[in-house]
Design a protein. Structure first.
Length: 336
């Protein structure tokens, strides 16, 4: 439930309510807005009938949150802006995360980083841990790859997003990156979610390829319930009966997730389509649907890529995508 304090509530009123809730065993999540304070309280709501919270000084109303996701819900908070250094996700500016599927070499990464930065990306992506469908396929450069990402940040000023796949590596990945990515296959890896919840770094949470919107939001709830409020949702396509493309981009999930939650939502048209030719049209559609940013795979030489070459844009096509995105952003009263 949420306890909405009235405009006139002072510090002492708020502290009294917090003390009361904590003494009853509720877990507290405080949202201190400019106008009013909202207290999210997670716990056994049957006890509430015995404590007249609404009679306490400064309390305007007590509202149960009906959805299974509480902290993620828009009832708890109107809108969240997730800050990554000086970048704001969920503000007026759209942010494009771009880079190779996997970090393959120093040359490949630095060349990509420099070109995507020049085209207007603000975040560099690149996988260092790449468990693949086949155990015989390239598995990623691991810590060596993380070091290269950090070097690319030094050289270009881009922020770094990279995937963490193993709860044992969360601290290691967080040491080198600005944003942690939880991949589609791990969206319901609850042990991983709990570890990432303990880290003070923003998270891109990809939607599982077979997850409903509600399951996706429940995964975000794990992160927030564990104390990490800086969650960026990422729609990356789901499995449907249609097999022509790698996945089916569920664009309607963008306005739906933004309606049900207060979190920023970005779209990954690369994994959604699996074919580079369709990345730009779906990127344009994502911005039109209200996405707060994009995640795009770019490789200097897609034909030689060790991973996801068919869906990777070359630098020239990425530059063209950025130019078109700027026009679409302007229509949506956003900027890139
Ligand atoms: C990725 O972004 O590198 C990736 C593996 O994506 P997904 O988890 O969406 O398949
Ligand atoms: Mn990929």
């Amino acid at each position: 439930m949420i306890v909405v304090m009235n405009n006139g509530a002072n510090r002492q009123d708020i502290d009294q309510v917090l003390d009361r809730l904590q003494s009853l065993g509720f877990k507290i999540h405080l949202s201190e807005g400019v106008e009013r304070t909202i207290i999210g309280a997670i716990g056994d709501k049957t006890i509430l009938n015995e404590v007249a919270l609404e009679a306490m000084p400064g309390v305007e109303k007590v509202v149960p949150i009906l959805q299974p996701y509480k902290l993620v819900s828009r009832e708890f908070k109107e809108h969240s802006v997730v800050k990554v250094g000086d970048l704001e996700f969920g503000g007026k500016a759209l942010h494009v995360m771009a880079g190779p599927c996997a970090v393959e070499s120093r040359e490949q990464l630095l060349e990509t980083a420099e070109s995507v930065a020049k085209s207007g990306a603000t975040v560099l992506r690149g996988g260092a841990f790449k468990p693949r469908t086949s155990p015989y396929a390239f598995q990623g450069m691991e810590e060596e790859g993380l070091k290269l990402l950090a070097e690319a940040r030094e050289k270009t000023g881009l922020k770094i997003v990279t995937e963490v796949v193993d709860p044992r590596n969360v601290e290691l990945v967080a040491r080198y990156s600005d944003i942690l990515q939880i991949g589609a296959r791990n969206m319901q890896n609850f042990f991983l979610l709990k570890e990432v919840a303990n880290i003070d770094k923003p998270v891109v949470l990809k939607r599982g390829q077979s997850a409903t919107v509600e399951e996706w939001l429940m995964a975000a709830e794990y992160l927030m319930a564990g104390g990490n409020y800086n969650v960026i949702l990422c729609e990356r396509g789901i499995r449907t009966f249609e097999t022509f493309l790698r996945n089916t981009l569920d664009l309607s999930a963008v306005p739906v997730a933004k309606n049900l939650s207060h979190l920023p939502v970005i779209v990954d048209p690369s994994h959604a389509t699996g074919k580079w030719q369709y990345v730009k049209p779906m990127a344009m559609a994502a911005i039109a649907a209200g996405a707060d940013g994009l995640l795009i795979e770019v490789h200097p030489n897609p034909a030689q890529a060790l991973c996801d070459g068919p869906q990777s844009l070359n630098p020239e096509n990425f530059d063209s995508l950025m130019n078109d995105i700027r026009k679409m952003a302007a229509i949506m009263d956003r900027s890139v």
